[in-house]
Design a protein around this ligand. Structure first.
Ligand code: HEM
Length: 510
C-alpha cells in the first residue's frame, strides 16, 4: 500500500514537473508581444479567464497594452485588443492564420463530429445559396409560417385573450428556437399526420420537447467546451448527444416536409463525399447548434430593452405600423394573418439600429485563429510583432471595441438610435484616436468564419418582434425590473444569457 502511494506521488510529481517545464521553457523572444504565462504551470491563466473573460482581458490590457500573449491550458494565445488592428487579423491569408486548426478539435470534442477536408467550403456554398439573397425570401416565408403556428394558432379562438405570465427569456428563446428549427429542418410530414391541422399540432408538441432537451445541452455547453465537465455531467452530455443524433438522424430529417435547402444540400454534399451516415447524423446536430444557440437569447434582450426603454418601443412601433400600412396590411379581428416578406424587413432602419445596439451589448464571441507558420503581425500604428507557429491569435471585440467609450460613448447604456444618422439612415462612422474604426461591432465575427446565418438570424428576430408588437399586448410584470446581469460563464461563446429570467405578461389582442 505504502509503495503504491509513493508511486502515485512520484507520478504526480513527474506530471507537475513536466507541465512546469513546458511552461517554464517558454521565453519571450525579441520582437514578440509581452508574454504572461500566468500563475499555474501549463494551465496558465485559464481559471481567471474562465471565471470572467471580460475582467481578465481588461486587466491584461491595462498591464500589457494592445497586444499580449497569455498561456491558457497549454496553449499560447496572443490577444489583439486594438480595434484599428483587427483588419490585419481578419484579412490575413489562411496560409498564415487559419481558423480550422483551432475549430476542428473543438468541434470534435463538443459534437463528436469529424469534418471532411472540404467541410467549410460546403457550408459556405450552401449558406450563400440558401441563407442570403434570394434564398432568404424562401427562408423568411418558412420562418413566418412557423412563427404563426407557434404564436398565433389560437388567434380568433378567443381562448388566449387573458393575460399569461411567463419568463421573458424562456418565452423568447422557446419561440425563436422552435420556429427557426422548423424553418430549417422542416415540418412533420402531412402524409403521416393525416391533415395539416394535425401536422401543425405535432410540430408544436415535438419542437417543444426538442427545445427542452436543447436547453439542457446549452446549459452544459461552456463547461463542455472548456473540457471541465464532472463525471455525471459527462454522462448527461453523452446521453443528450445520442438523443439529438437520433431525433435529427438523416433518415428522420429527410422524411420531413419543407426541409430547407441549407440542411438538405449540406446533407447531400456529405453523402456524396462518402461520409458515413452516423457521422452525417452528428452533423445535423452541429447545424442545429450553430443555428439555434444565439438567436433566441438575442431576441430576449431585444424585447427586454424595448420594454425598458419606452422611447425605443415607440420608435420601433411607429416603424412597424408604417411598414404594415405601406403594404396595405392591417391586423383586425377576423382578418387574415399579416405576412412579412423579406422586402418589408429591409425597410426598418430603426429596428435595425435597435438590434445592432442590443447585439453590441450582449454578443461576445472570442474569434480565434491558429498560427500556421512563423509570421509577423503589423499593428495599425506600424508596430510589428513576431508570432510563433503553433500559437493562437485571438480577438475579443466585446472588450476591445463594443465597450470602448471612445468608440461608443457611454458604452454601458442602451441607446436604440446609436446606429442611426441624424437623417435616419444606418450609421457606420465610429472613431478612435481620430481614425475611423471599420470593425466597430462584431456580433457575427468576421472574415472567413463570419456567421453565414446573420441575415437569416436578423430576419428571424425582426419577424418575432413584428408579431409581438402587432398581435400582443405585453409588459414587464414589474415595470421597475432591472435589466439582469449577464452570465459571465458564457463569455466568448456568442450571444450572452442573463443570470436570471425576467417575468412579463402578454395577451393576444385579437
Ligand atoms: C443572433 C444570432 C447569431 C449570432 C450572434 C451568431 C454569431 C456567430 C458567430 C460569432 C460565429 C463565429 C464566428 C467566428 O468564429 O469567427 C458564428 C458562426 C456560425 N453561425 Fe452564427 N450567429 C447567429 C445565428 C446564426 C444562424 C441563425 C445560423 C444559421 C441559420 C448561424 C450559422 C452559423 C454557422 C454555420 C457558423 C459557423 C461558420 C463557420 O465556421 O464558418 N448562425 N455565428
Amino acid at each position: 500500500m505504502t509503495s503504491l502511494v509513493q508511486l502515485l506521488f512520484a507520478l504526480i510529481a513527474c506530471v507537475l514537473g513536466a507541465l512546469y517545464l513546458l511552461g517554464a521553457l517558454r521565453r519571450r523572444r525579441p520582437g514578440e508581444p509581452p508574454l504572461d504565462k500566468g500563475p499555474l504551470p501549463w494551465f496558465g491563466h485559464v481559471l481567471e479567464f474562465r471565471r470572467d473573460t471580460v475582467k481578465f482581458l481588461q486587466r491584461m490590457k491595462n498591464k500589457h497594452g494592445d497586444i499580449f500573449t497569455i498561456q491558457l491550458g497549454g496553449n499560447y494565445f496572443t490577444f489583439i485588443m486594438d480595434p484599428l488592428s483587427f483588419g490585419a487579423f481578419v484579412k490575413e491569408a489562411r496560409a498564415k492564420l487559419d481558423f480550422s486548426k483551432f475549430a476542428k478539435p473543438l468541434v470534435e470534442r463538443v459534437f463528436s463530429y469529424i469534418p471532411l477536408q472540404d467541410d467549410h467550403k460546403f457550408l459556405q456554398t450552401s449558406s450563400t445559396k440558401y441563407l442570403m439573397g434570394d434564398g432568404l425570401v424562401v427562408m423568411t416565408q418558412a420562418m413566418m409560417n412557423n412563427l404563426q403556428n407557434l404564436m398565433l394558432y389560437s388567434v380568433g379562438k378567443g381562448d388566449h385573450k387573458t393575460w399569461q405570465e411567463a419568463g421573458l427569456f424562456s418565452y423568447s428563446y422557446n419561440i425563436v428556437f422552435r420556429a427557426g428549427y422548423l424553418a430549417l429542418f422542416g415540418n412533420e410530414p402531412l402524409n403521416t399526420c393525416g391533415n395539416l391541422e394535425k401536422a401543425r399540432e405535432m410540430d408544436r408538441v415535438l419542437s417543444e420537447e426538442l427545445f427542452h432537451e436543447f436547453r439542457k445541452y446549452d446549459q452544459l455547453f461552456p463547461k463542455l467546451a472548456y473540457g471541465v465537465l464532472g463525471p455525471s455531467e459527462r454522462m448527461q452530455v453523452m446521453h443528450l448527444k445520442r438523443l439529438f443524433w437520433n431525433i435529427l438522424s438523416v433518415q428522420r430529417v429527410c422524411s420531413r416536409d419543407n426541409i430547407s435547402g441549407w440542411v438538405k444540400e449540406q446533407e447531400q454534399d456529405r453523402a456524396d463525399q462518402g461520409m458515413e451516415e452516423y457521422m452525417r447524423d452528428r452533423y445535423m446536430f452541429v447545424l442545429l447548434w450553430a443555428s439555434q444557440g444565439n438567436t433566441g437569447p438575442s431576441a430576449f434582450w431585444l424585447l427586454l430593452y424595448l420594454m425598458k426603454y419606452p422611447e425605443a418601443m415607440r420608435a420601433v412601433r411607429n416603424e412597424v405600423d408604417k411598414v404594415l400600412e405601406e403594404t396595405g396590411q392591417k391586423v383586425k379581428i377576423g382578418g387574415s394573418l399579416i405576412n412579412l416578406t423579406r422586402d418589408m424587413l429591409l425597410k426598418t432602419p430603426v429596428l435595425d439600429s435597435t438590434m445592432e445596439e442590443t447585439l453590441r451589448l450582449i454578443a461576445a464571441p472570442v474569434l480565434t485563429r491558429g498560427v500556421i507558420k512563423d509570421m509577423s503581425f503589423v499593428m495599425a500604428d506600424g508596430r510589428q510583432y513576431n508570432l510563433r507557429e503553433g500559437d493562437r491569435v485571438a480577438i475579443f471585440p466585446y472588450t476591445a471595441v463594443q465597450m470602448d467609450p471612445e468608440v461608443h460613448p457611454d458604452p454601458n447604456t442602451f441607446k436604440y438610435d446609436r446606429f442611426l444618422t441624424p437623417d435616419g439612415a444606418k450609421k457606420t462612422d465610429f472613431y478612435k484616436n481620430g481614425k475611423k474604426v471599420k470593425y466597430y461591432s462584431m456580433p457575427w465575427g468576421a472574415g472567413t468564419t463570419m456567421c453565414p446565418g446573420r441575415f437569416f438570424a436578423t430576419n428571424e428576430m425582426k419577424q418575432f418582434v413584428f408579431l409581438m408588437l402587432t398581435y400582443f399586448d405585453f409588459e414587464l410584470k414589474n415595470p421597475d425590473e432591472e435589466v439582469p446581469e449577464i452570465d459571465v460563464r458564457r463569455w466568448g461563446f456568442g450571444s450572452m444569457q442573463p443570470v436570471r429570467d425576467v417575468q412579463f405578461r402578454y395577451r393576444l389582442r385579437f
